[in-house]
Design a protein around this ligand. Structure first.
Ligand SMILES: NC(=O)c1ccc[n+]([C@@H]2O[C@H](COP(=O)([O-])OP(=O)(O)OC[C@H]3O[C@@H](n4cnc5c(N)ncnc54)[C@H](OP(=O)(O)O)[C@@H]3O)[C@@H](O)[C@H]2O)c1
Ligand SMILES: [Zn+2]
Length: 324
């Protein structure tokens, strides 16, 4: 089986290897498409804090595939989304439906090999059937790009009529955060330098350095880390919530503590999302169109070129088609 394997950090060290045995446990799944995220890039570049396992490693954490054998409920030929959290179903977090916080778990593609290959084995409990009303491009954007901002909005207890401000709006998670905000009845604002951001629905776009000084929102989604940390708390309303799930520009941030307590602002950490939330997103998509802006689709053999393209700036999703 063909896979992209690396032993040392760096895209340049990715090796297309032809004789890799199918790894993992559970059902055999042929990978159809993967989508690139900062996570994959950071895993390959050696920038993640979690230990990679195994080494040499195969990255890739956002994928869809097709079952190559029958499971209990799912049958051979079924197209599936891979819910990319390894979880034991028994720890206190899993029992609360928080598989993404499993005490004995982690991210598929990080603590295990992932999707940059032709075929994997994975437990049936990680497989979500793709309904016929969802395209493959939409489906491959659900386990990370959609689930993460959806969960962030749930964590912030978003309520219709509230104002939402999304930082990094033209990014993978940003475009979906804005759209879920609209669907939930929020008044959506975005921080973005991309012309394309306005095409994701009725949204008022501020350029990166152009948020009016006195503007505040009830909910602020900001996964950008250091560069915008203080700014995003400033633009959180009295009694508002700022949610973070990333550190794109750095891990440290300066907080104006009196501003935080005198206005009763809340800073919320969020990560990934629950399997039940992934199912909720599919329900929502029965009734609401979700737009995925695709910048470019690469054939599987060009994964290293795709990662370099992803790193050097893009406007929309970079997808790997494993059938090309
Ligand atoms: N914890 C989790 O479960 C989880 C899940 C997904 C992502 N994340 C993290 O969340 C962050 C965002 O992820 P993403 O996939 O949405 O990222 P992305 O696709 O790379 O988008 C980031 C966006 O941020 C904006 N930006 C602002 N300052 C930037 C800078 N200095 N360099 C590059 N971009 C900058 C750009 O939008 P504009 O041009 O529109 O300003 C860019 O499109 C990443 O750190 C990622 O690792 C965490
Ligand atoms: Zn668990």
């Amino acid at each position: 089986m063909k896979a992209f394997v690396f032993e040392h950090p760096g895209i340049e060290n990715l090796k297309k290897t032809l004789e890799v045995p199918v790894y993992g446990e559970g059902l055999r799944v042929r990978i159809l498409k993967t989508a690139l995220n900062p996570l994959d890039f950071n895993v390959i570049a050696g920038n993640v804090v979690y230990g990679l396992n195994p080494m040499p490693h195969i990255a890739g954490s956002e994928a869809i595939g097709e079952l190559l054998e029958d499971g209990n409920a799912l049958k051979k030929g079924q197209k599936v989304i891979i819910y990319n959290r390894i979880y034991d179903s028994t720890c206190p977090m899993c029992i609360q439906g928080k598989e993404y916080l499993c005490l004995n778990g982690g991210i598929w593609g990080v603590m295990t090999n992932g999707a940059f290959t032709e075929e994997v084995r994975i437990w049936e409990k990680n497989l979500v059937p793709i309904p016929e009303y969802i395209t493959d491009i939409q489906a491959v954007s659900l386990p990370i790009a959609a689930l993460t901002p959806f969960h962030a909005l749930m964590r912030a207890n978003a309520r219709a009529g509230e104002k939402l401000l999304v930082y990094g709006a033209s990014g993978n998670t940003g475009i979906l955060g804005m759209q879920f905000g609209r669907i939930m009845g929020l008044d959506v604002y975005a921080v973005s330098n991309s012309q394309k951001t306005e095409t994701y629905g009725p949204v008022k776009v501020f350029p990166r350095n152009g948020i009016p000084d006195d503007f505040t929102a009830d909910i602020v989604i900001n996964p950008l880390g250091s560069e915008t940390w203080g700014d995003s708390i400033k633009h959180t309303s009295i009694s508002g919530r700022m949610v973070t799930y990333g550190v794109l520009t750095g891990r440290e941030g300066v907080t104006n503590i009196p501003d935080l307590y005198t206005r009763e602002k809340t800073i919320i950490g969020s990560t990934g999302g629950a399997l039940a939330e992934l199912h909720k997103i599919l329900e929502i998509m029965k009734y609401h169109q979700i737009k995925i802006g695709v910048d470019r689709i690469f054939p599987f053999d060009e994964l290293p070129e795709a990662l370099a393209y992803f790193r050097d700036g893009r406007n929309g999703r970079v997808i790997i088609d494993h059938e090309l």
